[in-house]
Design a protein around this ligand. Structure first.
Ligand code: XMP
Length: 314
């Protein structure tokens, strides 16, 4: 009931804020999906939903997102921009610089889309932790979340953020209330796999990370459904630019490292690492090193809480 009121109030507020064409970037994640559905309910066809394929998404994600929007009866334009993202990320290794590049490219793609549809408003799925951790108020910048810190000043549209005051658990409730399929999906960062590929973001390294993330997600979900572990709040892999010596058959390999991360949390502001059993971790490790032969020859498990760590590695 409480959530229903929040949803109704958000739709009403959007309705009075937006009086012309609006555009929203839909990633398929909970935050942008809730913002898109709220805005679509508020202003209907004034809203243009755009999905940017950055080349940094999870396995099968672009297809799933298209299908999800089509089932909700909302038109979604898919823009393939992966080439420009990779070009601009060439040689960039600093985590903050990566986030800025991605945020900037996002907005450039949007300017082009805005040019086409003449949008005056940019709707964003920013939630409270995004701006708090981006240095909102008196706080230090922990990470520039791409939908905040990467925004240039000259965006040229009025920004509308219907979820700005909400935390993840509240947004999940709203998603359920709105019947959004992705409401049970785990969170995924705006800059995508770029912040899970430490060091340079190349198509090849992203592909390795994507495959490892897929294995971690599939195996942990499967183990949880069989009652072998609790389903963590978030679980994924990151690729580290740390090379170690390994062996495949008789051949020496100097491969990179995958770190597996699984945490329990309520809203992402703090988290505890999940005590996944060694047996499950060993299965994941074997599958990753088999699938990524020659590229990855070592798998480690992250046992750091937040704080002092953050959930993502960058
Ligand atoms: P950290 O790594 O800061 O992450 O502990 C907290 C939660 O936020 C997600 N995350 C992001 N979400 N844009 C987002 O929309 C971002 O730039 C971003 N960076 C991290 C992260 O996956 C975790 O759920």
């Amino acid at each position: 009931m409480q959530t229903q009121i929040l949803v109704d109030e958000a739709i009403e507020a959007l309705n009075s804020q937006i009086d012309d064409t609006a555009i929203i970037a839909c990633s398929g994640g909970i935050d942008s999906s809730v913002a898109a559905v709220l805005a679509h309910k508020a202003v209907g066809s004034l809203l243009h939903c755009v999905y940017v394929d950055t080349g940094l998404m999870r396995k099968g994600e672009s297809k799933e997102v298209s299908e999800m929007f089509s089932e909700m009866g909302i038109e979604l334009k898919v823009v393939n921009a992966s080439e420009r993202f990779f070009q601009n990320l060439e040689g960039v290794t600093d985590p903050e610089a990566k986030r800025k590049v991605i945020g900037e490219q996002f907005i450039r793609v949007f300017e082009e889309e805005q040019g086409e549809c003449g949008a005056k408003y940019l709707v964003q799925g920013t939630i409270a932790p995004d701006w708090i951790e981006s240095g909102g108020g008196e706080r230090d910048v922990i990470k520039s979340h791409h939908n905040v810190g990467g925004l240039p000043d000259d965006v040229g549209m009025t920004i509308v953020e219907p979820l700005r005051e909400f935390y993840k658990d509240e947004v999940r409730e709203m998603a359920r209330e709105l019947g959004i399929q992705s409401s049970e999906r785990q969170p995924f960062p705006g800059p995508g796999l770029a912040v899970r590929v430490l060091g340079e973001v190349t198509p090849e390294r992203v592909e390795s990370c994507r495959e490892a993330c897929h294995i971690v997600e599939t195996r942990i979900r499967e183990a949880a459904s069989l009652g072998r572990c609790d389903l963590p709040w978030q679980y994924f892999a990151a690729l580290l630019p740390v090379r170690s010596v390994g062996v495949h058959g008789d051949v020496r390999v100097h491969g990179e490292t995958i770190v597996v991360r699984a945490v329990t949390s309520l809203d992402g502001m703090s988290a505890r690492y999940s005590p996944i059993s060694h047996e499950i971790l060993a299965e994941i490790s074997t599958e990753i090193t088999n699938s990524l032969k020659g590229q990855v020859n070592r798998v480690v498990y992250d046992i750091t809480h937040k704080p002092p760590g953050t959930i993502e590695w960058e």
